[in-house]
Design a protein around this ligand. Structure first.
Ligand SMILES: *[C@@H]1O[C@H](CO)[C@@H](O)[C@H](O)[C@H]1NC(C)=O
Ligand SMILES: *[C@@H]1O[C@H](CO)[C@@H](O)[C@H](O)[C@H]1NC(C)=O
Ligand SMILES: *[C@@H]1O[C@H](CO)[C@@H](O)[C@H](O)[C@H]1NC(C)=O
Ligand SMILES: *[C@@H]1O[C@H](CO)[C@@H](O)[C@H](O)[C@H]1NC(C)=O
Ligand SMILES: *[C@@H]1O[C@H](CO)[C@@H](O)[C@H](O)[C@H]1NC(C)=O
Ligand SMILES: *[C@@H]1O[C@H](CO)[C@@H](O)[C@H](O)[C@H]1NC(C)=O
Ligand SMILES: *[C@@H]1O[C@H](CO)[C@@H](O)[C@H](O)[C@H]1NC(C)=O
Ligand SMILES: *[C@@H]1O[C@H](CO)[C@@H](O)[C@H](O)[C@H]1NC(C)=O
Ligand SMILES: *[C@@H]1O[C@H](CO)[C@@H](O)[C@H](O)[C@H]1NC(C)=O
Ligand SMILES: CC(=O)N[C@H]1CO[C@H](CO)[C@@H](O)[C@@H]1O
Length: 484
């Protein structure tokens, strides 16, 4: 049996105390790790604590992340990726080992005070999103039931809720008005089963509310309407109900769909809400700050909506903590720029997480960067043929800032080629041969950043790398001992 990885990371358990803010109990933040060079988990937990963030939502169950959260008093919603749903649907045993490995194990350390405060297990992430087709329709319920039984078997069934975060496209309204909203017809039967399950176990309904995506996709949603601007033209629904912003409208679409399905009182958790800062027009720190400020004001004021004036969403998870340079950009370059913080843990704007709107967020401390070196196009070479090289670089690196409306979209040739070269070079830990590009690349110590277009230097993740190599070494020794 491999040793529990915590043997390799005793220093992660140093974080035993935490301040619990009573100001904004309903607020959480999503912590995704789809990045080439993520910040070390213990730095992230320090960041969460110094900003009084008391709840996180994870999209998977990385052991290093879970260990860093042990003993932090931060409430955790742990995620099961869509790719595991089929297995968990077919096998009760698989569900039991998932719960054992990812949940029970971190509960059993309760005596040391280093346990994890689990709140929810999120089964799948937006599995009914239209971009996935129907592949998950028939496996979500089975996976949910098996995970719930496994939790019950581990005597955690009442403590930890099983939830399914749904995309906003699970709900439709042809007229664009909540009064006529309903679940997408192809989900009709599936939703009924899921809602019956959630209701039985007193679990909330997790759903994405994305005014930014509504603004992009729906001609009827203006930027002002998405940004909670007083000046936005309101939308009238029946019964003289009026909507002044996209958030309330989408929220009430969910309320109406739940009512139509026979679950009018089911609590709603906003599983995902945010505003990106790059990679598209109107995705900027300034707009994100306007959006977040208005959202936080509503949250602090406990404002309800037309259909639920007295009960606003019981929880809201801000999406996201950091920019993630390996998220899918199928819907646009902005997908990699949802962070309240940049990839290296520096706040992009002000947001009131409960510390008061006059105070700045606390940035990540003692961040390790690679040396101050960049890779650019060598101007002494004939660059007329470099396009193919740029395409190659961008297929592996993150060129989302070059997207129309992005922070580097104004760079002309070959400045934008340099951006692509540098990003590739940084993602490859500044390895000399990753700045070759058929002899067109040049390593420089002069920062090529121009205006708001930043040429990033990546994080130095070699320390974490060497720790896991030490881990692997001991694991090998152990395996050999067992086998011989
Ligand atoms: C899901 O699980 C059910 C019950 O075990 C089974 O009948 C069904 O075939 C499974 N579906 C898939 C797609 O594996
Ligand atoms: C947009 O608004 C028009 C007029 O109010 C309405 O007829 C149409 O259905 C709306 N479209 C959407 C997608 O909401
Ligand atoms: C909504 O209703 C108000 C009064 O009830 C009216 O003044 C306004 O023009 C209506 N807005 C739209 C977009 O129909
Ligand atoms: C299922 O679809 C029918 C007709 O489209 C609708 O009347 C019913 O409310 C839907 N049920 C749910 C659970 O959405
Ligand atoms: C939104 O983007 C459009 C198109 O780039 C631009 O004209 C407009 O000024 C932007 N508005 C804000 C508030 O950023
Ligand atoms: C965190 O909360 C504590 C106690 O409520 C407060 O004193 C402190 O200023 C807060 N810190 C931040 C960064 O919000
Ligand atoms: C550009 O590419 C073409 C076709 O691959 C090649 O024949 C030509 O020599 C290249 N020119 C330069 C300057 O590299
Ligand atoms: C790009 O240039 C135009 C015109 O100079 C300017 O209006 C716009 O703000 C610039 N966009 C960015 C992202 O810098
Ligand atoms: C770089 O800028 C040129 C125009 O100056 C444009 O034609 C080209 O598509 C841009 N390339 C990338 C990768 O953004
Ligand atoms: C943190 C951790 O142990 N994660 C585990 C969650 O469960 C799956 C399936 O059993 C494992 O593969 C993970 O390693």
């Amino acid at each position: 049996m491999p040793p529990p990885p915590n043997l390799c990371f005793p220093f992660l358990f140093l974080l035993l105390t935490a301040t619990i803010s009573t100001k904004v109990q309903a607020l959480g933040v999503s912590w995704g790790t789809t990045a080439s060079h993520p910040l070390p988990p213990r730095k992230v937990v320090e960041l969460l604590k110094s900003n009084n963030i008391t709840k996180v939502r994870l999209f998977d169950s990385d052991p290093l992340v879970l260990e860093a959260l042990s003993g932090s008093n931060i409430g955790v919603t742990v995620g099961i990726p869509n790719s595991m749903l089929k297995t968990l649907n077919s096998s009760k045993k698989a569900a039991e080992s998932w719960v054992h490995d990812n949940v029970t194990r971190f509960f059993s350390t309760a005596r040391t005070g280093a346990r994890i405060e689990y709140r929810n297990v999120a089964v799948g992430d937006e599995p009914f999103h239209q971009m996935y087709g129907e592949q998950f329709h028939s496996v979500v319920i089975g996976a949910v039931i098996n995970v719930q039984s496994a939790l019950a078997k581990a005597s955690l069934g009442s403590e930890i809720k099983v939830v399914v975060p749904l995309s906003s496209d699970s709900i439709q309204s042809e007229s664009g008005l909540p009064s006529k909203a309903h679940f997408r017809p192809d989900l009709n039967k599936t939703m009924l089963e899921l809602l019956t399950f959630l209701d039985k176990h007193h679990s909330p309904f997790f759903v994405t509310i994305s005014p930014f995506l509504s603004f992009l996709q729906d001609k009827n949603v203006s930027l002002d309407f998405a940004l909670f601007k007083e000046t936005a033209r309101p939308r009238n629904d029946t019964h003289s109900r009026t909507y002044r912003n996209s958030f309330d409208l989408t929220h009430d679409n969910a309320v109406a769909a739940l009512s139509a399905a026979g679950f009018p009182g089911m609590p709603i958790v906003v599983a995902r809400v945010g505003w990106p800062t790059d990679g598209a027009a109107n995705a900027s720190s300034q707009t994100a700050e306007i959006f977040m400020k208005a959202l936080m004001q509503r949250l602090h004021a406990k404002s309800g909506t037309a259909l639920r004036p007295q009960n606003p969403p019981s929880e809201i998870f801000i999406f996201s903590l950091f920019d993630e340079n390996q998220r899918s950009i199928a819907s646009g370059g902005f997908e990699r720029h949802w962070g309240v913080f940049t990839f290296d843990g520096q706040a992009k704007y002000r947001i009131d997480f409960g510390q008061g709107s006059s105070k700045d967020l606390v940035n990540a401390q003692e961040v390790d960067y690679l040396p101050s070196k960049w890779c650019v196009v060598d101007n002494n070479k004939d660059v007329s043929n470099a396009s193919a090289r740029v395409l190659d670089a961008c297929s592996a690196a993150d060129c989302s800032a070059l997207s129309p409306g992005g922070s580097c979209s104004n760079l002309s040739w070959p400045g934008n080629a340099s951006y692509a070269f540098n990003n590739y070079y940084q993602q490859h830990d500044q390895a000399r041969d990753s700045c070759d590009f058929g002899g067109l690349g040049l390593i420089t110590t002069v920062d090529p950043s121009i205006g708001s277009c930043r040429f990033w230097i990546e994080l130095d993740t070699s320390e974490a790398g060497s720790h896991s190599r030490v881990c692997l070494f001991w694991l090998l020794i152990l395996l050999i001992t067992v086998l011989v």
